[in-house]
Design a protein around this ligand. Structure first.
Ligand code: PLP
Length: 379
């Protein structure tokens, strides 16, 4: 099937609107011009609104991991410890980053299960310079309790780093209220820009602590913050992606930040209801502090059906969904409802899933998933 007829329902990169694609095709300008400075300043104002923060923000030319690396590298040196809380692939990335710059103290929970706050507190009691966690663990479809971990970080005077890569813009994400010192998101998720930009906000407390020549060179947060104050970036930025970011942020502001979040949450609820009606189990195990993700729904692969039959069958019919990562390969599949995803996109996805399930003999009749989703999706 032609890629233009294909519906991308993975948890990033997500579908990009034609308005944003058109914005990207504008002629190149000098990144040292006043015009670029205006675009950057405009983006930073809206980025701060998106993160619900008064903290300073920077935009790095690099994917979400670049933002994670900038955060860890700025804080952790070879004699420092960072508690990394993990229940999926991206939490584990913080552990790897922590060990690259200093020493990680990983608090690992089985993938898809909820954090045990007491274990996290016990680790902080032993002393650590920082604690890092993923708010929305994309690999398992679970939203972790940033607010509660933030309280523990404050109590134990640890710098609080949060990966909001698949949640900022799609979930409530209260940077200031939750006391997040460094918050990160990526362009290719909830704000629906192509991949390649990372947005990072930094608290005043951390800004005051940042040292010269610490951590990565390209990802040096201190250098990026210094340049941003002069409406600049330290090195040549991905100018066309900044056009895209500016347009996408304006589109989000026009829709209303809260309305966008509500929409993603409503679409995810539709996917969950469809799964229940089709006898497909959700993968994550939320508790009173965590929640099913609003931006990506992870479901167990029915035992009778292979990954290739399910996702391959859907792809053949023009809908691309994600599989599981690492040890979850073949065991789960994931549907993203981020960015400018519409009701029609979700209905087409569920219909295609049903067609495949019927072809494979898992259901005998079409329609139950669509019916269940339509009962909750606001159309
Ligand atoms: N953290 C989370 C929660 C993610 O979902 C992703 C990407 O899927 C990343 C980190 C890594 O971001 P990137 O692939 O943009 O470097």
């Amino acid at each position: 099937m032609d890629v233009e007829d294909t519906l991308l329902m993975i948890p990033g990169p997500v579908k990009v609107s034609s308005r944003v694609l058109r914005a990207m095709s504008k002629p190149m300008i000098s990144h040292r011009s006043a015009d670029f400075g205006d675009i950057l300043d405009d983006c930073l104002v809206l980025v701060k609104e998106l993160f619900e923060t008064k903290n300073d923000a920077v935009v790095l030319s690099g994917s979400g991991t670049c933002g994670m690396e900038a955060a860890v590298g700025a804080i952790i040196g070879k004699d420092d410890k960072i508690v990394t809380v993990t229940n999926g692939k991206f939490g584990e990335r913080f552990t790897e980053l922590g060990d690259r710059y200093g020493t990680s103290v990983p608090i690992d929970f089985p993938w898809g299960t909820s954090f045990d706050l007491e274990q996290i507190e016990a680790a902080l009691e032993k002393g650590a310079k920082a604690i890092a966690m993923v708010h929305n663990e994309t690999s398992v479809g679970l939203t972790n309790p940033a607010k509660e971990v933030g309280k523990l970080a404050r109590k134990h005077d640890a710098i609080f780093i949060v990966d909001g890569i698949s949640s900022v813009g799609g979930n409530d994400f209260l940077t200031d209220e939750w006391g997040i010192d460094i918050a990160i998101t990526g362009s290719q998720k909830c704000i629906a820009v192509p991949p390649g930009l990372a947005m990072v906000t930094v608290s005043k407390k951390v800004e005051d602590m940042l040292e010269d020549n610490k951590g990565g060179y390209y990802t040096d947060l201190k250098a990026h913050l210094k340049s941003a104050k002069k409406s600049q970036t330290p090195y040549t930025p991905a100018v066309s992606l900044f056009y895209a970011l500016q347009e996408a942020l304006h589109m989000t502001a026009e829709d209303g930040f809260q309305n966008r979040r509500n929409k993603m949450s409503n679409l995810a609820e539709g996917v969950r209801q469809a799964a229940a009606a089709l006898d497909i189990e959700l993968f994550p195990q939320p508790d009173q502090y965590s929640a099913y993700s609003n931006t990506v729904t992870a479901m167990k692969m029915p035992e009778e059906i292979s990954d290739d039959q399910l996702r391959g069958g859907m792809r053949k019919r023009g809908v691309v969904v994600s599989g599981g990562q690492s040890s979850l390969k073949g065991k789960i599949f994931r549907i993203g409802t981020m960015g400018v995803c519409t009701e029609a996109d979700v209905f087409r996805t569920i219909q295609t899933l049903e067609l495949v399930l019927k072809k494979e003999g898992y259901i005998s009749k079409l329609g139950a998933g669509l019916e269940a989703a339509s009962n909750v999706i606001d159309t």
